[in-house]
Design a protein around this ligand. Sequence first.
Ligand code: CUA
Length: 265
Amino acid sequence: MNEWLGMPPLAAAHGGQIDNLIGWIHVFMLILFVGWGAFFVYVLARFRKSRNPVADYTGVTGNASKYSEIAVAVIEAVLLIGFAIPLWAARIGDIPPENEALVVQVTGEQFAWNIHYAGPDGKFGRTDIKLLDLQSNPLGLDRSDPAGVDDITTLNQLYLPANKPIIVKLRSKDVIHSFGVPEFRVKQDAIPGLTIPIWFVPTVTTAEMRKRLGNDAFQYEIACAQLCGLGHARMRGFVTVQSAEEFQTWFDTTSKEQSAPDPFR
Ligand code: CUA
């Protein structure tokens, strides 16, 4: 049904449930649309002027409309209580423990995504607004903090291993942005002053997805999904999903590169 609805390809473990919910909503909306449409045409014919020259002050006497209203309300309750709320509760409540996941801080700003990994030590370095420099240090990371020496920061490039829970801690430096990756069925506002965790398990590497789609240029994109200013449309990041080994290689090399003293400074 997903292809039929024109959904983007699916690449996260929980996404099937979300697609199911979207599918069921479409089925019921189609039934409602056809039902109400048919009723409207019936009413136009049944209550036409030539058949009803004088207004009838009694109105409807049968129970059909009452029963169909009740049926609609029951279906809506089932969608909400049976599907939507449990799915939402699982997404919000069952965040995996941090030691079994990869934790990444993602900070939105006008108009880019700042990505921050803790590095091999698993500890995020101190950040300080005094060290913040929009060009060289957009997160204000303190490299003199022992926990910060091996940290990795990138601009608009999020690297992730496949088949491991990812916890993204979402923040914003200025206005409300929204972190959306359609293939992961993930979307969450980034709100200044709050750190909001979201989690997902990517299941398809970028290379596999390119093969599947027959498109060598395919990239997972972080689309900012909240109008945040004039540059909103160009606020896009890229996600590269790799195998666990490939990711580890990238992670170790980049951490070394970034912790090495810069010879040009
Ligand atoms: Cu950031 Cu739109």
